[in-house]
Design a protein around this ligand. Structure first.
Ligand SMILES: Nc1ncnc2c1ncn2[C@@H]1O[C@H](COP(=O)(O)OP(=O)(O)OP(=O)(O)O)[C@@H](O)[C@H]1O
Ligand SMILES: [Mg+2]
Length: 363
């Protein structure tokens, strides 16, 4: 069962929202409704998030990301549609139960860390537990563990203003982790950070996720960030999800011009992996030698570096060491040049023909 499911979610702000939903369902877009003073923030959003997945919602400012997120934790009531969390319909839970789910099962991490300046780092990290009424000793123990997970073990007694922006954001993350919530909702959590710190936080989140296997919905307006973090990515435009898929789906099979224009600046060689370019071994025994090999999830850029040192196609080995495929150099070059690897066909060339005839004569 999926952990989280959005089922035909709509959020309309303004007059006659139900009528607006009918018009949107019939194909009207945001612009048509705006003329009447109605904002269609989210239009017909449907998706599922599996346990342990990082689901990224990516879109420009105003595309409806935060509104969607607030419906996922029940802070905003959908105008139409349902949110299922572990199979339970959040939209129809009584207010008290909904508050209980929100306090214990779901944690939010915002863009601005919202730390209390007059509370220590430890008290800040323990805040979610304090709200839940967890006794002091227990909450401090769990907060210390969460701070350690986030690399802040030695900072518990410090004040927030003694910490850098990245460290403050990690306290925000520790606060979310301390509550033991299964579902983390992260709204532009890294967007206020400098690029290097931001990258560091992305690495840390991926590292933590390997151990903790939370279910995470992560919102960003940065496609590179979406591609680094997301197991699946929803691209939003003007309230609608215009594509839903893996980073590879979006890069190799963009649906429509909007998504295609978005991916132009993405470095494909760092996002796509050996699995996306490999092919069946062409000859028996190919890849069975002791030359350096790569794993299916090695980024193409690193496969290039290996290819430069190996005199034949690079072997791609699975976790058991078996050859899952090979990557010939022509496929890599075609890929970096923006061609689909399968379209890479050598053209006839008189010079090459005479060179190989000479080689044959010498042999
Ligand atoms: N409470 C509200 N009342 C009226 N309109 C709203 C309300 N909240 C959001 N909107 C409108 O809904 C649309 C989507 O807003 P939302 O905040 O979800 O976008 P976003 O994708 O999170 O943008 P950003 O990247 O700037 O945070 C916007 O046009 C916004 O003005
Ligand atoms: Mg937002």
């Amino acid at each position: 069962m999926s952990r989280l499911q959005a089922d035909g979610l709509y959020k309309v702000f303004g007059r006659a929202p139900d009528e607006a939903v009918r018009r949107l369902a019939a194909g009207a877009d945001r612009g048509e409704l705006r003329a009447d003073g109605t904002t269609a923030a989210v239009i017909d959003a449907s998706f599922t998030v599996d346990p342990g997945q990082i689901f990224v919602v990516m879109g420009l400012s105003g595309s409806g990301k935060s509104t969607l997120l607030r419906m996922l934790n029940g802070l905003l009531e959908p105008t139409a549609g349902r949110v299922l969390f572990d199979g339970r319909d959040l939209t129809s839970l009584p207010a008290r139960e909904l508050r209980q789910v929100r306090a214990t099962k779901i944690s939010m991490v915002f863009q601005h860390f919202a730390l209390f300046p007059h509370r220590s780092v430890l008290e800040n990290a323990a805040y979610g537990l304090e709200v839940q009424g967890v006794p002091r000793a227990e909450r401090e123990k769990r907060a210390v563990e969460a701070l350690e997970l986030c690399g802040l073990g030695g900072w518990a007694a410090s004040w927030p203003d003694e910490l850098s922006g990245g460290m403050q954001q990690r306290v925000g993350l520790a606060r979310a982790l301390a509550t033991d919530a299964d579902l983390l909702l992260m709204d532009e959590s890294f967007s206020a950070l400098d690029p290097l710190i931001r990258r560091d936080m992305q690495d840390q989140l991926l590292e933590l996720q390997k151990r903790l296997k939370k279910t995470i919905v992560f919102i960003t307006h940065d496609l590179n960030e979406a591609m680094r973090l997301g197991d699946r990515i929803a691209v939003m435009r003007d309230g609608r999800i215009v594509q839903l898929g893996s980073a590879e789906d979006i890069l190799l099979r963009p649906e429509g011009e909007y998504v295609a224009s978005f991916i132009q600046d993405v470095d494909r060689s760092r996002v796509l992996t050996a699995a996306a370019v490999m092919t069946e071994p062409e000859r028996d025994g190919e890849g069975e030698c002791d030359c350096p090999s790569v794993s299916p999830d090695t980024p193409v850029a690193e496969v290039c570096a290996v290819s430069a040192r190996v005199p034949h196609p690079v072997a791609v080995r699975d976790a058991d060491g078996n050859v899952a495929g090979t990557v010939p150099r022509e496929r890599l070059v075609a890929f970096i040049g923006g061609q689909e690897p399968d379209d890479a066909r050598p053209v006839p060339c008189a010079w090459a023909a005479s060179a190989s005839a000479k080689e044959a004569a010498h042999a």
